[in-house]
Ligand binder design. Structure first.
Ligand SMILES: [Ca+2]
Length: 225
């Protein structure tokens, strides 16, 4: 006769193992896949996102850890030079990088974002620095970009743009622009149905805020229907 308690324990362990295997890799949400990406580097990662926010300490636990524990006063990344045109560096699927809006370009503003239908009317002046990254992505993939901005309120833009060496201005046609202008960061998502696409990923505060941030890029193969 097997002890019922032991049986329950064994069944629970089995269920736990299979549950891990069944977790969708592409699950996308503040408490699933992104949380895993965030917890990779920090010794303080035990503190949940919720408790970090509840404490009101925006500097704790928000950044990826590459900044040395998420120091909001660390301006070293504001020194990052531009690689070409408005672009600080290239991004790739699966990458997480830290950056700083300070030292970026000032080519885009609220008028630009509104004229390209990135943002609704009266969404901000965006007269300060923006940091821009070039992101080539493969066809038949869903592309998700996440911004963490725990220090100051920065916004995220995803502009479809094919040239790796130039940046659009007011006079250029842009096919699509996605944004997340909510506070505390955000995320944007797009789907490359049949073709590969390149994007410019921009980070900027509504009122010229200079602050560090973390960008995470995930690309997932789309399932044929
Ligand atoms: Ca700007």
């Amino acid at each position: 006769m097997i002890n019922p308690g032991l049986l329950t324990l064994l069944l629970g362990l089995l269920a736990g193992c299979s549950g891990d295997d069944d977790t969708p890799k592409g699950s996308y949400g503040p408490s699933t896949g992104w949380a895993d990406a965030q917890s990779n580097g920090g010794a303080a990662s035990d503190a949940s996102e919720g408790s970090a926010e509840a404490s009101g300490k925006k500097s704790s636990g928000g950044l990826s850890g590459l900044l040395g524990g998420g120091d909001c006063d660390d301006t070293s990344l504001a020194e990052a030079p531009l690689d070409r045109a408005c672009i600080t560096q290239d991004l790739a699927c699966g990458q997480t990088i830290d950056g700083h809006t300070g030292g970026g370009t000032k080519q885009w503003n609220g008028d630009f974002y509104r004229s390209k239908f990135c943002t609704p009317a009266d969404s901000g002046t965006y007269e300060g620095f923006e940091r821009v990254y070039f992101l080539p992505t493969p066809a038949e993939h869903e592309v998700r970009v996440k911004l963490d901005s725990p220090c100051k309120d920065l916004d995220l833009f995803l502009v479809t743009w094919s040239s790796a060496d130039t940046c659009p201005g007011m006079g250029h046609a842009i096919s699509t622009c996605e944004s997340d202008i909510t506070s505390g960061g955000g995320h944007v998502m797009t789907q490359n149905i049949n073709n590969s696409y390149s994007y410019l990923v921009a980070v900027e505060g509504k009122r010229g805020e200079a602050a560090p941030f973390t960008l995470t890029v995930e690309c997932e193969k789309m399932v044929e229907r």
